[in-house]
Write a protein that binds this ligand. Sequence first.
Ligand SMILES: Nc1ncnc2c1ncn2[C@@H]1O[C@H](COP(=O)(O)OP(=O)(O)OP(=O)(O)O)[C@@H](O)[C@H]1O
Ligand SMILES: [Mg+2]
Length: 208
Amino acid sequence: MRKILVVNPKGGSGKSTLSTHLASWFAWQEARVMLGDLDKQHSSHHWLDLRPETLPRIERWDIGADQIARPPKGCQVAILDTPACFGSAKLKKVLKIVDHVVVPLLPSAFDLWAIADFFDELAEMKAVRRDEVQVGAVGMRINSRTQSAQQLPEFLHKFDIPLITTIRDTQLYNQTIQRGMTLFDLPHSKTQRDREEWQPLIDWIMKR
Ligand SMILES: Nc1ncnc2c1ncn2[C@@H]1O[C@H](COP(=O)(O)OP(=O)(O)OP(=O)(O)O)[C@@H](O)[C@H]1O
Ligand SMILES: [Mg+2]
């Protein structure tokens, strides 16, 4: 079973977009996927409620911040979306039940300042020190021609966190999310370029 935590204490960094896209990608591979949502706004679970029944099924993982427990038996991929301002006590608890931590990151100064403390905190966590979880970052809404996007790998290098991939800024994300879908639910011909951007993240998750 693969258990993936999607976390960044900064609001609007792309956690729910990343969580729902991973869930949908694995669902298309015919895996039994469960999507948990610790956010009181329940963005990922709202999305799940809208998901058309004709699309590959993603199950709701009912996990609450006060009842952190492993995903049910039989689940092959569990993805956990988290809220902004996710505190250390909760982080410590969830790190015990996951094997991958994915941090979506916007390439703005405000976002990078905010994440620096979080990366320091993460590095102190037992599960990370013992290499029980893999931590990787994903650049979100990236325009590769901008200077801020080019600074991202250098920034992450300071924390020894790999930049797994970057995802471009496109309205396709918002357009599909509001219909309970993701880019992976659209025809390949329309999304080839975007699928290629996601592939390194999938490979990284599958590697271990
Ligand atoms: N690659 C992208 N291109 C364009 N828009 C994007 C992209 N990724 C995310 N967005 C948009 O950015 C906004 C914030 O994304 P999202 O809700 O996934 O962030 P979040 O970290 O879950 O936010 P919160 O902290 O409030 O839970 C959404 O409107 C989403 O559609
Ligand atoms: Mg969210």
